[in-house]
Write a protein that binds this ligand. Structure first.
Ligand code: TXA
Ligand code: MG
Length: 351
């Protein structure tokens, strides 16, 4: 079904900066969720488009609103591990350990589900993913709704995840019942996804909870090949979301591994109409108006926070070709690298 032919909804946009001041907005949003409607809400990672995870019709609405492929499962958001236990076959020791250290926060855990999670929410898999967000508005909303909340990022499928309410309005106005405006997201990239369904814990998507930090708690952690490389043709990904080109601006993007001097020279050589350079704050004065920054060179947390906004700004600036300077691949940098790599369709240049 094409997105253009969907019935238009009236989307109400309400402020939700603070749980106390904006409690009436949050209560209204919670009531909508309990009635099977769609609500966009802020989390500490990115904005989510939420629906009752246990209501197949409500969840179907998410797939339609986003234009999301039906084989890409959703994360169920709750406020306590106690809410996960009735939905899974097994809540292993490793999950307890991770929950103790990282929840509430930007971590998603994949577990073996039971029949209470409908097939549409888990895209037909026998596993399901869970997250306990730390954002006060998200927590209040989920609690007041009284239901577990399925919520993918609140962007149209394929475009960069939204880190402000404005991004959500651009993508989803007229497709959801309500958007709660909670300001800018603190982390800026989606949660770390770790699967506990195999013999060894496996990192499926890097995020603000780093591989290093997970390893410290778990002792062992495998990093799924799809985190840093394109999947082989015909290979079935552990995380279905990994196979889609994501986070893509309309421009053709290449990821450039270079030292500062080399990148500045490269930018000088390549400059031209519609050509932009996505790079660190420090490089901007050296490149000039064709440069768009995504955080300071040695500040991966800032890069995480700024990246998706910067990708959207490139589209607004009419970029045709973008050369993005590659970040460091350690710590949170691995998550930044993973998103840029996929925005680039795995096109990397080494100078
Ligand atoms: O930070 C986040 O995680 C945000 C906020 C709203 O919480 N949500 C989010 O959801 O990023 P989404 O749907 O955009 O990304 C979920 C990812 C996808 O790559 C999906 O394939 C994977 O998690 N995933 C979900 N359930 C899974 C499962 N059972 N097994 C493997 N991967 C799963
Ligand atoms: Mg997403």
């Amino acid at each position: 079904m094409s997105l253009e032919t969907e019935t238009k909804l009236i989307t109400r946009i309400l402020p939700a900066r603070d749980v106390e001041t904006d409690i009436e907005s949050i209560k209204e949003a919670a009531q909508l969720l309990s009635q099977g409607k769609l609500v966009v809400f802020p989390t500490e990672t990115v904005y989510g488009i939420g629906a009752n995870a246990l209501d197949p019709d409500a969840v179907a609405g998410i797939f339609t609103a986003k234009g999301r492929p039906a084989d890409n499962p959703l994360i169920t958001h709750v406020t306590s591990p106690v809410d996960i236990i009735p939905l899974v076959k097994d809540y292993p020791e490793t999950a307890k350990k991770l929950a103790e250290v990282f929840w509430p926060g930007p971590l998603t855990i994949v577990l073996h589900k039971n029949d209470k999670i409908p097939a549409i929410t888990s895209a037909g898999l026998d596993t399901a993913s869970f997250r306990i967000p730390s954002h006060p508005v998200a927590r209040a909303l989920i609690k007041l709704s009284g239901v577990p909340v399925a919520a993918p990022s609140a962007n149209v499928s394929g475009s960069p995840s939204p880190t402000t309410a404005r991004h959500c309005i651009t993508d989803l106005n007229g497709r959801v019942d309500m958007i709660l405006d909670g300001g800018k997201c603190g982390v800026g990239l989606e949660s770390t996804v770790v699967s506990l369904t195999g013999s060894v814990p496996r990192l499926l998507r890097p995020g603000a909870v780093t591989a290093e930090a997970l390893r410290e708690v778990l002792g062992e952690l495998e990093i799924d090949a799809s985190v840093t490389a394109r999947l082989e043709e015909g290979c079935v990904p552990v995380s279905p979301g990994m196979k889609y080109r994501h986070y893509a601006p309309h421009a053709k993007l290449s990821l450039v591994h270079a030292r500062t001097e080399d990148f500045i020279c490269f930018a000088g050589d390549k400059s031209g109409d519609g050509i932009f350079f996505l790079t660190f704050d420090e490089d901007v004065p050296l490149i000039g108006s064709a440069a768009v920054s995504y955080g300071a060179k040695d500040d991966p947390a800032a890069q995480a926070r700024e990246l998706f906004s910067a990708l959207r700004r490139l589209d607004e600036a009419g970029a045709v070709t973008v050369y993005a300077r590659a970040p460091r691949k350690t710590g949170v940098g691995l998550a930044v690298y993973n998103r840029l790599l996929r925005a680039a369709g795995y096109d990397e240049i080494y100078l």
